[in-house]
Design a binder for this molecule. Sequence first.
Ligand code: AMP
Ligand code: MG
Length: 312
Amino acid sequence: MNTFMTVSLYAPSKKGETVCRQIQSRVDELEQILSTTLPSSDVYFINHNSEIPSSLKPDLVSLLDFCGQMYEKTDGLFNPALYPVIREWGFTTGEYKVPSDERIRGLLLHTDFSKLYEDEKIELDFGAVGKGYAADQALLILEENGIKSALLDFGGNIQAIGKKPDGSLWKVGIKNPWNGEVACALSVESKAVVTSGGYERFFEEDGTRYIHIFDPATGRPSQSDLESVTIVCESGKYADALSTALFVMGKDKSVSWWKNQMTEKSIPAFDFILITKSAELIYSSGLEKVIEPIYQFESVKSVSLNLNSASK
Ligand code: AMP
Ligand code: MG
């Protein structure tokens, strides 16, 4: 998955080692399915053939189903079918370029995820959700083995299992997008904490920054007013997909979308932390007692489900 993954767990050493190996082979197995670059992977097969095979591995069935739901709920802003566009910009190889408007328009014709089984030219990339899904799978292995305390870092996707062995909460740092230091700290128990940020991968040309998170409506790197989005919830795949989606939505839409989803209870409850380009910190009120701003933000605001929100 093109990243470093760290598993820290608390168990008798022999057992700990066995569980770590189990997690490693599960992640390897997922890599063999989801990789866009391994010619033997299932996703590679889909991307290089006009039809989706009728029998897919259960992991892929489950991920496609989940992505379909997220595509629908985010009005297509979360879209794992953007691969041809993202590749054209050079984000898969590092040979970056700004494609012509005409080229982008052409590539966008085959990025409607809801036409997965109809559009022969569709190509997939689970870059925005794969690490979160993998962390959920690792969590299952930990649970099966009775591990009560662990911390997973899957390329910046954090999954805290239980509390620390001494009974205190896990403390997770949210990166300062401008200097790489810690912008705020978060104390959590049994939660996924996943951040999407423009600063993570980008290139610059003629003074413009082009980031790796794309706006599916334009086929161009997102120009949202956010520097980063962190999602805190129980599931890694939701946290991962939502961090990417809210980044593209931008500040105002993210807040109103969260309110709608939480009111309708149509997806599992989640909390968010937005860091805007103008150095505002905005978070959902569920984090009130566990968030600690460290950076000197221009403003700090908590948003709750009712209409009143408190500024500090
Ligand atoms: P993340 O770091 O989880 O936000 O995922 C970003 C990665 O997901 C990018 O590097 C792309 O491979 C892919 N991606 C970019 N934009 C989108 C989008 N709007 N929806 C789904 N995947 C995307
Ligand atoms: Mg993501």
